[in-house]
Design a binder for this molecule. Structure first.
Ligand code: WTA
Length: 637
């Protein structure tokens, strides 16, 4: 495969080259793609607006680079292997040729519904092949996909539809997750009551449950595809046209629509995929993420398919029918590279070793993790038990905003160290800064992680609100992209990610804004105020700890309040944001200016009140004692 690094010395050489001449470095890689017209200039940028322009005035379509570019060699090669929720159900395998046909056909459906270049299409589907088909169909005609994870509630879905101003949604009657059925169409119907811009809903039949279809608005997928043909010319797009929007949590209550553009994202997704995981032709690749998150966008769909890989897509959950499901699937399809989240590993560690030791995992060559720091115990288990000590582990650090992997070992090439994401990929220039924004040079330093030079896959804007993009990412430290993470560079120059330094909690590898959860909790009629922090959680990495002030409650109300608050959050956001711990308090530690001192709440949640720092600036220092007394965890004083 072209542009694939094969040794440590080559990595070091490429890295030097990419820093000395980033434009030249990426230009060479871009030569490998199919362009209707090549770029006039490789890069133009400033981080003040920000304005980042890669491959300026280039003309292309990303799906031509997946299909037409690969087809000559791979028409009959499997592109997607779909493993259904129930292992007794039939696998679906789509070759590049078949997938291309389905994508083109669905692209024609969208066109027939009046969808044009630049229109936003909301996709709310379970992990079925049609999810990949729908997103690629959007890309084929130049529409912008906005995929919403199918675990979000009607309210959260409506917020994202409204912010993205889509006029069409693609969904299914329902979806399966383990023993549960999720009534997706019902959730969509509820969301659409608030979304006047939506004209059409295309509904795929997955569960076969009875769902009402609204006349004039709702169309069955299977009916719609019958009326169109299976060829669709690709829309010629500009390098910097938007490929997709993906919502992610930040420090305010409102999620941001992170915007990525076509050419840069394309090149970055494929380059990182091939190099990090050392994928070789004929290998079977499996990323267990949901396509509703960025990991699924970049490493189930775009990266692998651009590289002509065979990618596994899994509808189910790791613990059903039992905790050996991942390993059954690895054996069934002889998976070579496997990419998952530390939270899934920890959940499986807790289920016992026999689910792994009884399986044939000899096909595995590379193991990867993403989404949160991996603790040493989980790393060891993954390495020793799953990889039998012979598979390198790549701990990959990146974000929705970065589009692809940034700091990571290259599998089998970079020497690894548990809990270290190790070294930046070529083209990535990380810096660690102190609170004042001064770059901390040299090794053995710790501070906030920034990136000081553009890379092709980076965020371009936050949809509909460019100023927010500037504020959140480019204003804290002048001339740099700020990641929101803390990091350490050790004595060898290896990076260790220390976690978020803003008000975002990483729950099971999902980003949840504390403000968003607080807003949701406050919707409960009996709640006056709340403060949410993360606390260490054995399986989830971080759990959600909510301190809540309520109106006076009767005894029955007290007995039910926790359950009700969880139900409120589930309704507002979705089950992933449900607080793990809820503590009713009479007051919150606030400064005289009314600001909640979260640092104190975080410490208490961690079970350590020995070093709360200066509490004398608090309006009422007494509340701290009360909170410690009533804490849901044991607190050291
Ligand atoms: C965290 C997921 C430690 C980090 C691709 C980041 C990690 C946030 C790692 C982005 C890792 C991701 N080690 N922390 N290997 N990978 N993170 O946008 O805090 O869902 O900022 O993207 O996850 O989460 P997001």
């Amino acid at each position: 495969m072209t542009n694939k690094i094969t040794s440590l010395s080559e990595y070091l050489e490429k890295y030097q080259e990419s820093v000395a001449n980033p434009e030249g470095f990426w230009e060479k890689i871009a030569e490998d793609y199919y362009w209707h017209k090549k770029w006039d200039k490789v890069l133009e940028w400033n981080f003040d607006e920000p304005n980042v322009n890669w491959f300026q005035n280039g003309k292309l379509n990303i799906t031509e680079n997946i299909f037409e570019r690969n087809l000559f060699m791979r028409k009959d090669q499997t592109a997607i292997i779909w493993e259904p929720n129930d292992p007794k159900d039939e696998t679906v395998k789509l070759t590049y040729g078949e997938l291309f046909e389905k994508v083109s056909q669905f692209a024609n459906v969208l066109k027939k519904q009046g969808i044009k270049k630049g229109d936003r299409v909301t996709i709310y589907l379970p992990m079925i092949p049609e999810l990949a088909i729908a997103m690629l169909a959007c890309a084929r005609i130049g529409a912008i996909h906005s995929i919403v994870f199918a675990g979000f509630s009607a309210n959260a879905l409506a917020d994202r539809i409204i912010d993205g101003t889509s006029n069409i949604i693609i969904t299914s009657d329902g979806g399966y997750r383990g023993t549960k059925t999720i009534p997706l169409k019902k959730i969509v119907d509820e969301a659409l009551e608030k979304c006047p811009t939506i004209q059409k809903a295309i509904v795929y039949k997955r569960t076969g449950e009875d769902v009402p279809m609204k006349e004039g608005r709702d169309i069955w997928w299977h009916d719609a595809i019958k009326e169109v043909d299976t060829e669709c010319k690709a829309e010629v797009m500009d390098s910097e046209d938007t490929l997709f929007i993906l919502y992610t949590s930040g420090s305010t209550g409102k999620p941001k629509g992170v915007q990525h553009s076509i050419a840069g994202y394309m090149i970055f997704a494929e380059y990182t995929f091939k190099n990090v995981f050392q994928y070789s032709d004929g290998d079977v690749w499996w990323c267990t993420a949901d396509i509703g998150w960025v990991t699924g966008h970049s490493y189930i769909v775009y990266g692998p398919l651009l590289a002509g890989a065979t990618t596994v897509m899994f509808e189910g959950v790791p613990t059903w029918p039992d905790a050996g499901r991942f390993w059954d699937v690895v054996d069934k399809y002889k998976v070579n590279q496997f990419y998952t989240a530390p939270t899934a590993i920890r959940a499986l560690v807790a289920q016992g070793n026999e689910f792994v030791t009884s399986k044939d995992l000899s096909s595995l060559k590379v193991l990867g993790t993403v989404g949160e720091p991996i603790n040493e115990e989980a790393w060891r288990w993954y390495h020793d038990l799953v990889g039998k000590g012979r598979c390198p582990i790549v701990d990959t650090w990146w974000q929705t905003e970065t589009g692809g992997i940034m700091i990571t070992p290259l599998a089998g090439i970079t020497p690894t160290k548990p809990s270290f994401a190790t070294l930046p990929l070529p083209g990535i220039q990380p810096v660690i800064v102190d609170a004042e924004g001064k770059e901390l040079k040299g090794n053995s330093v710790e501070g906030n992680l920034c990136i000081k030079f553009p890379w092709p896959g980076m965020i371009r804007s936050t949809y509909g609100d460019h100023e927010r993009c500037r504020q959140v990412y480019f204003s804290q430290y002048k001339g740099m992209y700020f990641t929101g993470d803390g990091a350490k560079r050790d004595e060898e120059g290896y990076y260790r990610i220390m976690g978020r330094v803003d008000d975002v909690i990483n729950v099971s590898g999902h980003r949840i804004g504390t403000a968003e959860v607080e807003d949701a909790i406050n919707q409960h009629p009996k709640v006056n105020e709340s403060a949410v922090v993360g606390y260490p959680h054995e399986i989830k990495g971080s759990g959600i700890y909510a301190y809540v002030i309520c109106d006076e409650l009767s005894e029955t109300e007290i007995a039910n309040i926790e359950k009700e608050i969880r139900a409120t959050v589930t309704k507002q956001i979705g089950p992933i944001a449900k607080p793990d711990m809820i503590q009713l308090v009479s007051g919150l530690p606030k400064t005289r200016s009314g600001k909640i001192m979260r640092r104190i709440l975080r410490k208490i949640g961690e079970g350590d009140a020995t070093n709360l720092g200066d509490t004398s600036t608090l309006l009422d220092p007494g509340v701290v004692e009360d909170i410690i007394d009533g804490a849901k965890v044991e607190v050291k004083r």
